[in-house]
Design a protein around this ligand. Structure first.
Ligand SMILES: [Zn+2]
Ligand SMILES: [Zn+2]
Length: 353
């Protein structure tokens, strides 16, 4: 075991502050990584504040962060795919049981026995729970380490590990390609990546937003059109026209308004998780044989495919890079959606702690 610098929160009402945490010495299958950048995901904030206590109560202290990009510093004797100096990434998962049907189908994201990058029981018993990427270094099993294309901006690459794969996977799963009409609901951390991927896959991409002032940005990111969802006439014009709609909104909203926009056999996939169950009009689904679905991150092989795709098409997230000392301020701004479109922590700033 060794100690490494990190930022942690001591309780649901504490600010994140400088600390030291234990990491395991690399086992034969482990990769030790010096963390260079870590994106800030909304789920970091939810768990720091214990807002998901009914599903996964937070164990304190918590070290969040699951959008990790770094450089390999050491590998175990059985590691074959990485060597010191390689640029690598780690996303939301650091382990799974590898034996269930989902793991065998490369869907570790659906494994019932997965280990999340932070706030999951630590199988290695280095601490009670796993500690995430707001840290100097991390040790991860080779299977859950991804290779980063060397041409990409590293700060903009970090959010690909959660926001990127979360949008890439459903767009692929539901066959988004040239000739399809695709709606992206919400233009935040997830939505802006959804627009970039949908555009890169060749689909006619329409952004739904409540704020008309996002138009220029949506077009710059690759949208063909923008619809102000509060405008009933604008919504009506698109009725029955969409092959696929990706709904990134985590707040309560009326999904029936969007189900109505689907063509027959079209699918609306939810990525956000509003707190309360949502009413669904069965008629809207029946008339047109429409589908309502959900999706969560992606498997490890698909995450690598996504990173390779981003390397080839030079796709990264739009980020505001901050030193870790500004992380609490960034959380306050995140609550107000005051960021375009993801905060990313430059982990070199941890050296001065
Ligand atoms: Zn995330
Ligand atoms: Zn499994």
């Amino acid at each position: 075991m060794y100690k490494t610098k990190a930022y942690s929160a001591a309780s649901a009402t504490s600010l994140l502050a400088s600390t030291k945490i234990p990491r395991r010495d690399p086992t034969e299958r482990d990769v030790q990584i010096e963390i260079l950048f870590c994106g800030i995901c909304h789920s970091d904030l939810h768990q720091v504040r214990n807002e998901w206590k009914s599903i996964m109560p937070t164990v304190y202290p918590i070290v969040p962060g699951h959008e990790i990009v770094g450089r390999v510093t050491k590998v175990g004797s059985a590691v074959t795919r990485y060597k010191p100096g390689d640029l690598v990434a780690v996303g939301c998962l650091v382990d799974s049981d590898r034996t269930c049907p989902q793991c065998k189908a490369n869907l570790e994201n659906l494994c019932p026995n997965q280990t999340l990058t932070f706030n999951s029981p630590d199988k290695h018993k280095t601490a009670a729970v796993t500690y995430g990427g707001y840290s100097d270094s991390i040790v991860v099993d080779e299977h859950f380490v991804l290779r980063v294309p060397t041409n990409l901006d590293l700060a903009g690459t970090a959010p690909l590990l959660c926001a990127g794969i979360t949008t890439y996977s459903p767009l692929r799963r539901w066959g988004v390609t040239t000739g399809k009409k695709v709606g992206i609901v919400g233009l935040g951390g997830l939505g802006h990546m959804g627009v970039k991927f949908s555009h890169a896959f060749g689909a006619h991409t329409v952004v739904f937003t409540t704020s008309p002032n996002k138009k220029e940005d949506a077009l710059r990111l690759g949208a063909n059109e923008i619809v102000v969802s509060r405008n009933a006439d604008e919504m009506k014009k698109h009725a029955g026209g969409f092959d696929f709609i990706l709904d990134t909104i985590a707040a309560d909203h009326d999904i029936n308004a969007y189900l109505n926009l689907l063509a027959h056999d079209g699918t609306l996939t939810l990525l956000g998780a509003p707190e309360k169950p949502m009413p669904v009009s069965a008629f809207t689904l029946l008339m047109g044989r429409r589908n309502l679905a959900g999706s969560i991150i992606g498997g490890i092989a698909e995450t690598q495919e996504m990173l390779d795709f981003c390397g080839k098409h030079n796709i990264t997230a739009d980020v505001e890079v901050i030193p870790i000392q500004k992380v609490n301020e960034a959380y306050e701004r995140l609550v107000k959606s005051d960021v375009k479109y993801r905060f990313c922590i430059d982990m070199a700033s941890l050296q001065s702690e």
